[in-house]
Every structure is written in structure tokens, then in C-alpha cells.
Design a protein around this ligand. Structure first.
Ligand SMILES: Nc1ncnc2c1ncn2[C@@H]1O[C@H](COP(=O)(O)OP(=O)(O)OP(=O)(O)O)[C@@H](O)[C@H]1O
Ligand SMILES: [Mg+2]
Length: 507
């Protein structure tokens, strides 16, 4: 038997070999994914300071590769928080490095997106990425970076420091990427449109390779409250997390440990729980045996009296902003939105926001237009695998006087500290029971309202038809009856029609 040879690969090497799972499948998907990842980083960076985002994206053609494919220079510029210089190289040159591995709602979660874009650009064009950033202080830092894929480390090719006279704050990312813009174009434009819909306080500018300018202007400067970082909720804890917390905790007794490291656990709840699990409140956490830690974890899940997580770690849009966003991009004739109360799955808080819109700029197709969002990110691929799609299709819409051929858009926004994406490409949300239930409840709520609207519309339509029949036949009836009666002057029917019309208008 031949000997197998073993080797270890780094995280960047893994994603270099498996770029499909991060959404970088082919030149068209890659160019879409690169723009999307960088725009999302920019939105996060501006929102973290509650600044209305101003994001400028330019895709400039710079020539053809030997294999005939097109190379572009992609530049994404924002007015966000900026990055401190010591973090820039790793933030853009080391896979699985980031500032967002925290318990609060953000677009970024994996510490991967920006690097995948840079890595894809690098392996196709062998050129470094340029990152320029300032936190608004005295200096602007500019780096040229490449990724050492085998070691998963940034290589600093060049570094410059400039004086920040204007007190500019933000980040500019620029790199070369091979791609197929023509094929990616519909999705890219749709991405901007939907991003504008769910971020109505953002200014987005996109200059495409032909120099065409697409501008999505903000309709409000109101922004949702930024989320607050939270502690883990007892229902979402496993043995590994518990062990890590015990290891780093300065709190010695188990009651203090529980109070200080878990979300919504105060003195009373901690003591009740310890009575439930049969441990003394003064027991030292570092003295817990392995078995005790396992039992403790199991009991954390079983204890029914923990309060549900509060929603301060989430930053949903709220009804007004969701309405503003949908009105801005779809200009519907009728719109109803609703935000559900916070709920949880596996200890992770989440909120479902929903909107249903009729008419206006919504196209009439053979099915509803479904707009899916997670943490204010539009999800454009793999619609049929998404939980919202399944829930929408399971509803008997005829009950609500709605049919798929009507110009109807359904907007579903799920926000959570941990959106259960099925891939790191963030394209669709897995079918969690609790999420499914909340989406279904939200849909039912807005469907009842659209039902009411449809019934009224039907009634108005009938009335309109009735009036037009009156308007058409009354003059003739008047004419015939005048001649039948052998009279010269026709009776004045204007008044009669006017009175019917008036009634119609009131309706
Ligand atoms: N435009 C930006 N402004 C400020 N900080 C940024 C910007 N872009 C990236 N960063 C920083 O770089 C880090 C890495 O970004 P990257 O996109 O690779 O991962 P992420 O956003 O944390 O997670 P995800 O993989 O889900 O996108 C971020 O966590 C953030 O701290
Ligand atoms: Mg990111």
C-alpha cells in the first residue's frame, strides 16, 4: 500500500482553493462579489459612527489579459470610520481577520469578504491592492499590499504617510480584478438598487466601465440606532464557549461569573439557576470539573426562567425607514410595512421586518418580486433555497385576493447578531423553525392589510365600470325616449350623471 502524504494549509490557501464557497465562482460572479463585499464594509464603517454613508464605486477597464478576459481597476471610496494604520495590513491581507467577531448586528461576520476580493484580484492579475485610510486625525496612511497565500500573512509592498490637511476621514480600496462586467451588470445594478432600498440614508454612486454614472441619492438622513455589543445569552452557550469564558474571567465565584458574562442574567436569576442546577453560588469556577462544565452547559439550555435577549444588539430599519426605502426605489401605489417583536433562535436574537407593495414601478411578472435582505444586505442569488421564498410560496394568496401575476413586491428583512447564512458568500438563509415562524407571522399581518386594499380596489373598479355604463347609455336613452314621446327638447341628464359621478368619486 502506498504511503499517504499529509500537509497543512493556511486559511487563505483554503479559500484560494475553494473560492466558490465565498461566492467567487467565475469572472462574472467575482466582480459582483468584490463590489458587494467592499460596499458592505464601507456601509458598516459609516454606520458604526452613525454617519450617513457616501460611497463611490468605480470600475475602470484597464486592458485585456493574454487569455482575452477583461481586467478592471476597482475603486471603492467611503466616508466611514477609517482604519487605524496598524490594522490595515491584516484587515486586507490576512484571511479570517476582522473587527466584527462580536455579538452585535453588522453586515460583516466572517472576517473574509474584503480579503476574498483582494485575493481574487491578486491571483488573476498579480498586482498589489492599494488601501488608503484615515480616522480623521492628522495623517492619512496608504499601503500597497499583497497576500502571502501560503502563510496567510500580508506582504507590505509599499507604505506612505500623508498629512491630512482637510481632516478627511474614510477609506479608499483600489485593486485590479479580472472579470466579466457585461454578464455581471444586471446583478450589480440590482444590487445597488436594493442596497439603496434598505439603506435609504446612503448616497451610492457607481461609475461603470463605459463611464455611465448611476446615482442612488439618500431620501433621508435619519439612521437607525447603531447596535450595542452584547454578551452571550445562556441559551446559545456550548461547552467550548463556557470553558473559554471561565478561562478569561476575573470573576472567581460561579454566581459572579454568571452575572458578568451572560446576557440578562442578574443576581436573582443567577441564584435561581444555581439552585436549579444544584451548584453552590460561592463555588469557584476554576474548580469546576469537566463533567460539571458539561452538565452546567446542558442545564443553561434547560432552565426556563432566563429572560429572552433584548434587542439593543440589533439595528433594524424600523417601519419609517423601511417605508422610505421602498417608496424611494419602487414608488408603489400601495405599501404596508410591519416590524415583528424581537425573537430568538438558539439564543441568537433576531427581528423580522416586512413590507408588501402594489403597483407603481413594480413590474408585472408571473410571480411576486421577492426582495430578501439580511442585516441590510440584499441577497440576490439562490432565491429558491431561502427561508423567505419557501414561506411566501407556502401561503394561499388567493385568500388575500392576491395573484402572482399582479405587480406585487414582498420585502423581507431579517436582522440578527448571527444570521444563519448557508454559505460564507451570504446568499441565502437557512430554514430555521423560529425564523420561518416569524416570517410567516409577519407575512400574515401585512397580507391582511393588502387583502383589505384589494377588496377596496375591487369595489372601486366595479363602481367605475357602473359609472361608465351610465355615462355611455343615459344620453342614448334620453334621446330615444324624447323622440318616442314626440318631444323636441331632451331632458337634462347632466345632473343625473354628475350625481352618479360624484358618488363614484366619493367611493
Ligand atoms: N471600508 C472600511 N472601513 C473601515 N474598516 C474596514 C473597511 N473595510 C474593511 N474594514 C475592516 O477590515 C476588516 C476585514 O474586512 P472583511 O470584509 O475582510 O471582513 P468582515 O467585514 O469583518 O467580515 P465579512 O467576511 O463577513 O465581510 C473588517 O472587520 C473591518 O474592521
Ligand atoms: Mg466585510
Amino acid at each position: 500500500m502506498s504511503q499517504s502524504s499529509f500537509q497543512e494549509i493556511s486559511a487563505s490557501d483554503f479559500f484560494y482553493r475553494n473560492r466558490d464557497i465565498a461566492g467567487f465562482t467565475n469572472p462574472s460572479r467575482a466582480i459582483f462579489a468584490a463590489i458587494r463585499e467592499l460596499v458592505e464594509n464601507s456601509l458598516d464603517a459609516a454606520e458604526s459612527l452613525k454617519i450617513p454613508p457616501d460611497i463611490y464605486v468605480r470600475l475602470l477597464p484597464v486592458g485585456k489579459e493574454d487569455n482575452g478576459s477583461q481586467v478592471f481597476k476597482l475603486r471603492v471610496e467611503d466616508n466611514g470610520s477609517g482604519i487605524q494604520p496598524r490594522f490595515i495590513p491584516s484587515a486586507f491581507g490576512q484571511v479570517l481577520y476582522g473587527s466584527k467577531y462580536k455579538l452585535k448586528q453588522m453586515r460583516g461576520t466572517f472576517g473574509l469578504g474584503g480579503k476574498m476580493a483582494v485575493l481574487y484580484g491578486q491571483i488573476m492579475t498579480h498586482k498589489p491592492a492599494a488601501i488608503t485610510s484615515s480616522t480623521g486625525q492628522a495623517k492619512i496612511y496608504s499601503f500597497k499590499l499583497m497576500i502571502d497565500i501560503q502563510r496567510n500573512r500580508p506582504i507590505i509592498v509599499d507604505r506612505k504617510v500623508l498629512i491630512n490637511k482637510e481632516k478627511w476621514r474614510g477609506t479608499i480600496v483600489e485593486f485590479f480584478i479580472e472579470g466579466d462586467y457585461l454578464r455581471a451588470m444586471p446583478k450589480i445594478l440590482e444590487y445597488f438598487k436594493q442596497t439603496a432600498m434598505v439603506n435609504p440614508y446612503a448616497n451610492l454612486t457607481f461609475v461603470d466601465p463605459k463611464g455611465r454614472l448611476y446615482r442612488f441619492t439618500r431620501s433621508t438622513t435619519e439612521m437607525p440606532e447603531p447596535p450595542k455589543e452584547t454578551l452571550p445569552h445562556p441559551y446559545g452557550v456550548d461547552v467550548e464557549l463556557l470553558q473559554r469564558l471561565i478561562y478569561i474571567s476575573p470573576h472567581k465565584t460561579i454566581v459572579d461569573f454568571l452575572k458578568n458574562h451572560f446576557h440578562r442574567v442578574g443576581n436573582i436569576t443567577a441564584k435561581k439557576f444555581l439552585a436549579f442546577t444544584g451548584l453552590s453560588p460561592t463555588k469557584k469556577t476554576k474548580k469546576l470539573s469537566r463533567e460539571e462544565i458539561v452538565t452546567l452547559t446542558q442545564n443553561l439550555k434547560k432552565f426556563k426562567e432566563f429572560l429572552p435577549p433584548d434587542a439593543s444588539c440589533l439595528s433594524p430599519l424600523g417601519n419609517d425607514l423601511l417605508k422610505a426605502g421602498i417608496m424611494k426605489e419602487l414608488k408603489p401605489e400601495y405599501l404596508v410595512v410591519s416590524q415583528r417583536k424581537p425573537s430568538t433562535y438558539a439564543g441568537h436574537p433576531f427581528i423580522v421586518e416586512i413590507g408588501i407593495a402594489y403597483g407603481g414601478a413594480i413590474a408585472r411578472k408571473n410571480s411576486f418580486q421577492i426582495y430578501r435582505f439580511a442585516n441590510k444586505i440584499p441577497l440576490l442569488y439562490d432565491e429558491a433555497s431561502d427561508v423567505s421564498y419557501k414561506v411566501i410560496n407556502a401561503i394561499n394568496w388567493r385568500r388575500y385576493k392576491v395573484t402572482p401575476d399582479m405587480p406585487i413586491a414582498i420585502v423581507v428583512h431579517i436582522c440578527s447578531t448571527k444570521v444563519p447564512y448557508k454559505t460564507v458568500g451570504k446568499e441565502f438563509i437557512s430554514d430555521r423553525e423560529e425564523i420561518r415562524r416569524e416570517v410567516a407571522n409577519a407575512l400574515r399581518e401585512v397580507s391582511r392589510k393588502i387583502h383589505h386594499f384589494m377588496s377596496k380596489r375591487e369595489h372601486v373598479d366595479k363602481e367605475r365600470k357602473r359609472i361608465s355604463i351610465f355615462a355611455k347609455y343615459l344620453p342614448r336613452i334620453a334621446e330615444f325616449s324624447t323622440s318616442l314621446a314626440g318631444k323636441e327638447t331632451r331632458p337634462d341628464i347632466k345632473k343625473l350623471i354628475a350625481s352618479v359621478r360624484k358618488y363614484g368619486k366619493e367611493e
